[in-house]
Write a new protein. Sequence first.
Length: 238
Amino acid sequence: MTDTPQGLDAIKQELLDAALIHVPFDGWSEAAFCAAIADSGADAAMARAACPRGAVDLAVAYHLRGDDEMVRRLTETDLSAMRFRDRVALAVRYRLDAAEDKEAVRRGATLFALPPYAAEGSRLVWGTADRIWTALGDSSDDVNWYTKRASLAAVYGATVLYWLGDESPGHAETDAFLDRRIGDVMQVEKVKAQVNKAWVLKPLMLGPNWLARQIRPPHLRPERRLPGSVRPCLQDRT
């Protein structure tokens, strides 16, 4: 039935496909959402059930679709001969390639820059970074789980903004920008490793390192979830 989660998701995907024609002109707006309903032939009530926030939910679905395509390409690529930093760069490039329409991304960036949706936009960028690290086999179980994703989210966000204005052939300038940003992160990691190995500084790091090991990622501490997530409701006890 169409009112099941699977049915509603199918309606959302149909609406998204129809909306992408209008988004470059109308943005992720009510006008684009109404045009998508008309073009797709979806029942208006079911469309509202699938997307309670209208075009905002379609913008979220568009971002998640790009994440899915990136992960699909990563799983089909042999990464064994690549340096880890090159794997991360490739994942970001795959994510940019998954954006079918640069103007749709630009309109999405504008939408998620608005105060009511800024937290949603940050959550989506964090989610992209998380999916990249997960696809690349990250097994960190302490504070590094967070720092890796925070660093990559910053790199990804900056790269998207650069990419939106890049008109070089094959987005070569974006590739160079991405390599520089990843290089900056690697330099920070190199300094951290040197500090931990330095005999003069090592005693001073015992406390901070111990504290860092006590921090667990959400999947290892389900009672401590990421900001913005919803804890499942407890069943009523009789």
